[in-house]
Design a protein around this ligand. Structure first.
Ligand SMILES: [Zn+2]
Length: 299
């Protein structure tokens, strides 16, 4: 894999200068394990914005060929359960949406990064007129051929290529998408252009306050290294950013939205049962879960 390394002059979400940010440490282009000192590879510097808490890489590695990150998954990737929709899938998110914006027939929803179309199917069941966008051709083909999503509703395009009328949608969702974009601020701007006034955007991203990252970073420090576990700009799952609620509050001042709801999802810690339970309880109480969900309203 070949990368160009780009200087990042300011925080993508709030605009604060990178020179004011805090250096967290360095990140290898592979899983670091218990002792990263023994590993070969290239690293970049991981920093945290002093103003909004966004975690990002400076310099930012950009692959010469994006296919080296997101190439077509092989046929063996597609397991039966991938196409099974759990009865609770996306229902909690729709309940929050309907608290914020009571459902009326004809409301339009857009799923950005629709995958194989599961979110589209659930939104359709709730009565929305649903559209979707999926950049990966193999995911798109599975959505059309296996999940029977209509070709009129789902397009195979990136957010930069997609074109919808202004003020068209009542609801837009990005689940586990924004952290993969090099310019999340620009993606939010595009989505907000397509959203009606008072419309709602739901976003789920990795949280920069995740307890387990802090514990791993502490461990790396006590063994005498300056590696950190945050983000993965040069290896799977290719997360370029970790966000805080403040990142969205400050971004909303420039992009005309407010954060009305937030939620942190804990995660499995793979520790012994008792410790796992304790850590999950603590993450729940202190907003230190792995994933941050925000619901934004366009003002
Ligand atoms: Zn910032």
């Amino acid at each position: 894999m070949k990368y160009s390394f780009i200087d990042v002059p300011s925080c993508n979400m709030c605009g604060d200068k990178t020179i004011n940010s805090k250096v967290l440490g360095k990140r290898l282009n592979q899983s670091q394990g218990r002792n990263p000192r023994g590993k070969h590879g290239i690293t970049t510097t991981v920093i945290k914005c002093n103003s909004c808490g966004l975690i990002y890489a400076d310099p930012l590695p950009i692959p010469f060929d994006i296919q080296s990150h997101y190439g077509v998954p092989p046929e063996s990737y597609w397991k039966e359960e991938y196409f099974h929709i759990n009865p609770n899938y996306f229902v909690g998110q729709i309940e929050v949406l309907q608290r914020m914006k009571p459902f009326e027939k004809g409301q339009k929803a857009l799923d950005i990064g629709a995958g194989v179309g599961k979110g589209m199917i659930v939104l359709d069941k709730f009565g929305y007129d649903v559209y979707g966008m999926e950049a990966s051709k193999s995911f798109y083909d599975k959505a059309i051929n296996t999940m029977k999503i209509s070709k009129d509703k789902l397009i195979c395009a990136t957010i930069e290529e997609a074109d919808y009328p202004d003020n068209y949608f009542d609801f837009i969702t990005f689940s586990s998408v924004l952290e993969h974009f090099y310019d999340p601020n620009d993606c939010l701007k595009r989505a907000l252009m397509w959203l009606k006034k008072d419309g709602v955007i739901h976003i789920e991203v990795p949280s920069s306050d995740w307890l387990m990252s802090k514990l791993f970073n502490f461990y790396y420090k006590i063994i005498g290294t300056d590696y950190v576990t945050n983000i993965s700009p040069m290896h799977s799952p290719y997360h370029l950013y970790e966000f805080t609620k403040d990142s969205f509050d400050k971004n909303g001042l420039n992009n005309n939205y407010i954060v009305e709801e937030k939620y942190y999802y804990p995660c499995d810690t793979y520790m012994p049962k008792f410790i796992d339970k304790l850590l999950k309880w603590y993450m729940g109480r202190t907003n230190k879960g792995m994933q941050l969900a925000v619901w934004l309203r366009k003002t």
